[in-house]
Design a binder for this molecule. Structure first.
Ligand code: PSV
Ligand code: MN
Length: 430
């Protein structure tokens, strides 16, 4: 794979952009210097930024209505790793892959780890899947998994999560992300209290098997596929469960899993304050869990989330160590292009948040000056940091302009013969 984007190819690509980047970077450097910000420090922080790519995200997604396969889709975890490696080679912002089981299950996971490492990749949080029935599975999850009324079904779901921990140990991952689809479609279908009691009992068993240096991430979601109620429906329930389970359990924020217009940045602040923020599944949404590309609809919201994160970093908030991951579905674009764009968009929000004048903001807050406080945030958000991002990529050995570089290499066309189309998708609707 990396033959497509070897050093020579990247250097040639970068040369075309070098003068423009230098020019813009110098001008921005002078502007930031007037604000007492050293541009090279910001660039170094951008170089250190990293966000995990979901293994399922490199496959073409779909909706309830249709799925339109793309050219040269990856057919298994090894090919998914090849695509993840392209994303990281060009952006230098995605050195980790978040795997999903059993979608990524193969007999020899040690070989998967070796292959990943050969690509310069390692593994982020392991995701379990008890929202689908697998071939030959004795008991169905149609009416729930970890919260099912039937004890044997709950035990089967617990056993899968324990397997995921074992897979993660081989891959050298350090956390398990649990999202369940359990809920109900009709009032009266499920006893809310019994379901949550079952959940806690199941999660206690999983938590008990977590290695000492692992964390457990609890992901909530307001609706879908259950359309009346969901057992872990919001951050309140997820953080209550995390508190009940113990210090290694945290609440994960997927940007698409909230009621419309919810103040997500405020949820982030609350979770940070009580040291319960697991991290993120970044994506964007207009109506519900749309799984659109990060920053494509609400870039200011994404910036405001990072404003809270950078504020916590700045304050040295206790235990602050959020895991950044993408979780998107690409139905009409090339997943590699969307994931590169999204990783850069999230990195952009981080860099913009670094530019917030935090002393001046505090001053406005203390002196009751809402307009100027808002303007301080807007000034950072409106700063075009593209040259910082490009410079960071080039310094780290990546591409000045990942999209045009990727298109110039005609990656998909060149590998199409090695990856004949498969019918159906291993990932379902994500
Ligand atoms: C559910 O919508 C979710 O956000 C969870 O993270 C799943 O693991 C993922 O999408 C893939 O379906
Ligand atoms: Mn998610």
């Amino acid at each position: 794979m990396n033959d497509f984007f070897n050093k020579d190819f990247l250097e040639k690509h970068n040369q075309q952009f070098q003068n423009a980047i230098d020019d813009e970077y110098e001008a921005l450097g002078r502007k930031l210097a007037r604000q007492n910000i050293k541009i090279d420090d910001v660039t170094a922080a951008a170089q250190n930024f990293s966000i995990a790519v979901p293994s399922w995200g490199v496959g073409t997604g779909g909706t309830r209505f249709a799925r339109f396969p793309g050219l040269a889709e990856p057919r298994n975890i090894m090919e998914k790793l090849e695509d993840c490696a392209v994303i990281n080679t060009l952006t230098r912002a995605t050195p980790e892959v978040s795997p999903h089981f059993p979608w990524d299950r193969v007999d020899d996971l040690a070989e998967v780890r070796e292959r990943a490492s050969g690509h310069g990749l390692s593994f982020a949080s392991v995701n379990s899947n008890t929202f689908q029935d697998q071939d030959g599975q004795p008991l169905s999850y149609k009416f729930g998994s970890l919260t099912h009324a039937d004890e044997a079904t709950r035990q089967q779901a617990i056993a899968h999560n324990l397997d995921c921990i074992e897979y993660g140990k081989i891959l050298d991952a350090k956390s398990l992300t649990v999202w369940i689809a359990d809920g109900s479609n009709y009032p009266g279908q499920q006893n809310f209290t019994h379901a949550l009691e079952n959940y806690l009992e199941s999660m206690h068993q999983i938590y008990g098997q977590l290695p000492d240096d692992w964390r457990l991430f609890i992901e909530h979601k307001m609706f879908e596929p259950a359309f009346y109620s969901t057992v872990i429906q919001d951050w309140g329930t997820s953080v209550l469960c995390a508190m009940e389970l113990g210090d290694k359990a945290f609440s994960l924020v997927d940007l698409g899993h909230h009621a419309p217009n919810v103040n997500i940045e405020m949820i982030v602040a609350r979770l940070i304050q009580f040291n319960k923020l697991a991290g993120f599944h970044f994506n964007d949404s207009k109506y519900g869990d749309d799984d659109l590309d990060s920053g494509s609809i609400h870039p200011y919201q994404q910036f405001l989330v990072f404003n809270e994160l950078v504020d916590a970093e700045h304050r040295g908030a206790a235990g602050f160590d959020p895991a950044y991951m993408l979780d998107q579905s690409h139905n009409v674009t090339d997943p590699i292009e969307s994931l590169m764009n999204s990783a850069i968009s999230v990195q952009r929000s981080y860099v913009q948040a670094l530019l917030v004048d935090r002393d001046a903001l505090l001053d406005c807050q203390q002196n009751c000056d809402p307009l100027m406080a808002s303007n301080i945030l807007k000034a950072a958000f409106e700063t075009d940091v593209s040259s910082i991002l490009a410079k960071a990529r080039v310094l780290s050995g990546g591409a000045a302009d990942p999209l045009s570089c990727y298109r110039d290499a005609a990656y998909r066309t060149n590998i199409a013969a090695d990856r004949p189309a498969v019918t159906g998708s291993g990932s379902g609707i994500v």
